[in-house]
Design a protein around this ligand. Structure first.
Ligand code: UDP
Length: 255
C-alpha cells in the first residue's frame, strides 16, 4: 500500500453512486464495468443502526485493515474480490453479486449465540462453529438453518452451503494465525461471499474490527466493535492498536 498511489488514482475513475450502506459507499467505475469502487465511511453503527457513532479516520483505518488482511489471505490462496487500494479510504474490487448470507465463524462463544443458550461469554468450543444469518435489515438479520437458506433461495444447493462452510473455516484458520502472531485471539467474525462473472464464490466485503471479535491474548481486553456496542470507551484507540500491531508484523512481510 502507498506505492504507485498516483498511478492507481489516475488509472481508476469514480463513476455514479450505486449503493450506500451503513459503513460503505459503492460506486461504478467510469470505464470498467467489471469493477467497483468501495469507499469506507467514518461511521460506526450497531444494533441494526439503532446506535450510531463515528470517528475521524475510521474509514481509512478499516480500509487499510481490510486491504492488509486480504493481501495476507490472497497469499494463502484464498480467492477474494480485492484488486487495489486507492486514495485513502477506498478499494477497487471485482464486481460480484453478494450472496445475502452473513457467514459467522466462532472459535469461542460470545455475543448472540452465547446469549441465546445462556452460556458464558468466551466459552470455549471443541471445534469452530459456522452459522448463517440472512442479510436483511427489515428482518434484522435472522439466524437461518441450512434448510431455511435453501427454502429462501439464498443459495441454490446444499453443496453451495457446504462449500461456503469449508471456505469460511479455511479463512478462519489463516485469520487466527495472522492475529495470534500479534497477540490477539480471534473469537469470532462475519464474512460475506459474492459470485463473480464465472459463477465462482469468492470472499467479499470487509474484514475489520467492526465484524470480528478480537481479544488481547494476555489481558483479555476487547479490541473490536464491542467497545462501541457496550460503551467500553477507547474505540478509536483500540482499532488503531489492531492496525498498528498487524501493520508492524505483516505489512512488510512477503508472508
Ligand atoms: N457481525 C457483523 N455484522 C452483523 C452481525 C454480526 O459483522 O450484522 C459480527 C460481529 O461483530 C461478531 C460476529 O459477527 O464478530 C458474531 O456476531 P454475533 O452473532 O455474536 O452478533 P452480535 O453479538 O454482534 O449481535
Amino acid at each position: 500500500m502507498g506505492t504507485n498511489t498516483d498511478e492507481l488514482n489516475n488509472k481508476y475513475s469514480r463513476g455514479n453512486l450505486l449503493y450506500e450502506g451503513k459503513a460503505k459507499k459503492i460506486f461504478n467505475l467510469k470505464n470498467r464495468n467489471d469493477l467497483v469502487w468501495v469507499e469506507y465511511k467514518d461511521s460506526l453503527t450497531a444494533f441494526n443502526a439503532q446506535k450510531r457513532g463515528s470517528f475521524l479516520g475510521k474509514g481509512a483505518l478499516n480500509r487499510n485493515l481490510t486491504a492488509l488482511i486480504y493481501k495476507y489471505l490472497g497469499l494463502k490462496q484464498i480467492k477474494h474480490h480485492l484488486i487495489a487500494s486507492i486514495e485513502s479510504e477506498s478499494l477497487i474490487c471485482h464486481r460480484v453479486k453478494i450472496i445475502p448470507l452473513e457467514v459467522v465463524v466462532r472459535n469461542r462463544l460470545a455475543g448472540s449465540t452465547a446469549k441465546k443458550f445462556k452460556l458464558n461469554e468466551g466459552a470455549p468450543l471443541k471445534k469452530p462453529l459456522v452459522e448463517f444469518f440472512y442479510k436483511s435489515d427489515e428482518l434484522e438479520d435472522p439466524f437461518v438453518s441450512d434448510d431455511q437458506a435453501l427454502m429462501l433461495q439464498i443459495v441454490e444447493t446444499q453443496e453451495q452451503l457446504e462449500l461456503i462452510k469449508a471456505k469460511a473455516l479455511e479463512v478462519n484458520k489463516h485469520l487466527r494465525d495472522m492475529f495470534a502472531a500479534v497477540g490477539i485471539e480471534l473469537i469470532d467474525f462475519k464474512i460475506e461471499y459474492g459470485k463473480n462473472s464465472q459463477g465462482e464464490l469468492i470472499l467479499a466485503d470487509e474484514i475489520t474490527p467492526d465484524c470480528c471479535r478480537l481479544w488481547d491474548f494476555k489481558t483479555g481486553e476487547k479490541l473490536d466493535k464491542d467497545r462501541f456496542r457496550r460503551d467500553l470507551g477507547n474505540v478509536e484507540e483500540k482499532y488503531l492498536e489492531v492496525w498498528n500491531r498487524l501493520k508492524d508484523r505483516w505489512e512488510k512481510e512477503s508472508i
